[in-house]
Ligand binder design. Sequence first.
Ligand code: GCO
Length: 471
Amino acid sequence: MQTERLQPYACLRIPADSQLHSQDFTFGVATAAFQIEGAASERLESIWDKFCEQPNAIRDGSNGLVACDHFHLWEQDIALISEMGVDAYRFSVSWPRVVTLNGQPNQHGIDFYLTILRRLKSLNIKAYVTLYHWDLPQYLQDQGGWLNRQTAFDFAHYADIVSQAFGDLVYSYATLNEPFCSAYLGYEIGVHAPGLASPDYGKKAVHHLLLAHGLAMQVLRRNSPSSQSGIVLNFSPCHSLTDSEADRKAAALADQHFNHWYIKPILDGSYPTLLDDLPASQKPDIQAGDLAIIAAPIDYIGVNYYTREIYQTDTQRGFAKAMEKSFSLTDMGWEIYPQGLTELLLDLHHCYRLPPVIITENGAAMPDKIENGRVEDHDRLAYYQSHLLAVDQAIREGVDIRGYFAWSLLDNFEWAEGYAKRFGLVYVDYVTQKRTIKTSGLAYQAFLLERKQGHNNPPDTVALSASSRQG
Ligand code: GCO
């Protein structure tokens, strides 16, 4: 007989002495505005709306006009979050929803978020608010977007509007999510909005994004001094294909471009020395005082981790991505490499004086099938199992990690991949908008509820852990 009870194999097994069981460790789920909200007609156009209209920009030809219709279904989605037993919910504010074309507040949009924030408060769920998860208002793109220094100041103005309106309802702010994606994917190789592609644009866009972060930090300190404020960066450890010196150099160079370029200015107040080697046309416009603004103290750093990358030498750029055939991959084609998360956290810990770390995103797209109303995503559960153990290991080795957010609560609009790739703990039927909690979601829920009750390992579940099933 099938019941809704968890099957024994659908468990997350975390060692009883792990810090992850501590009530001080924050567990959550994450989403982003453009990926779930829909209700596009009730906000300004964003660069992602425009990008979706370009032929072949989105693999399945889709867009964010409806998405998960969270704008209308928020109440049931927040109820779902609450049932999951999380401590916190990380979501982003859609900039084009809360301003008008002249940059003034749009109360209708602000009220949408205020309602959610109040509901979260009443449910005792901490709100982690990201101010920028890639959906720049299109009218600002028309003025140059992140290639225009003025956009950094417009962002600070938007941060001012939001943080004044939200008052003390926000536990934590992130200024930006993954400036690497905004700048490199959006302006250098053009696979994300706004779809510009020039080697001259990427580093210029990053600098304005980081300046925007620094200016917004000043605003948040003023308007919301009791919130935990910081930034969310994505990292992939860079490994070399072979042990040859040339490949090792290639991997180290990629590491400077894709990882250190974003964190070093924030924590050290300088860019990697590779700045000096850039051709003049690629150099960012760094003005006096910018780096001091960018490097103002942050309360935490958000780390998003999905996979590692492998590089080999390349005559043109110095490095090129390589791939090994034997890897086990997610549905994104990303290698499943949990030890990379421990390695990354330890490396950052040794390279920088890190503020407390929060894993703000980690998760996997898998080829889910819904059958008889169930999604048995043991592959995703195994991913979570192994990556939570990787976090546990980094804590044991001395990294100050305070929280972990699963990406994502819901299946949603996966950017250039459209709706074909599913990252959710909860399955979304995009025709009916029905939500079905997957096996991984049930296991996360069971773990969180047990933890809340202070049980480390439920004695009645003689579980075969997800990872041991795989191995
Ligand atoms: C990112 C974004 C998310 C993505 C997720 C999977 O990290 O790229 O923050 O919006 O959906 O990472 O690609």
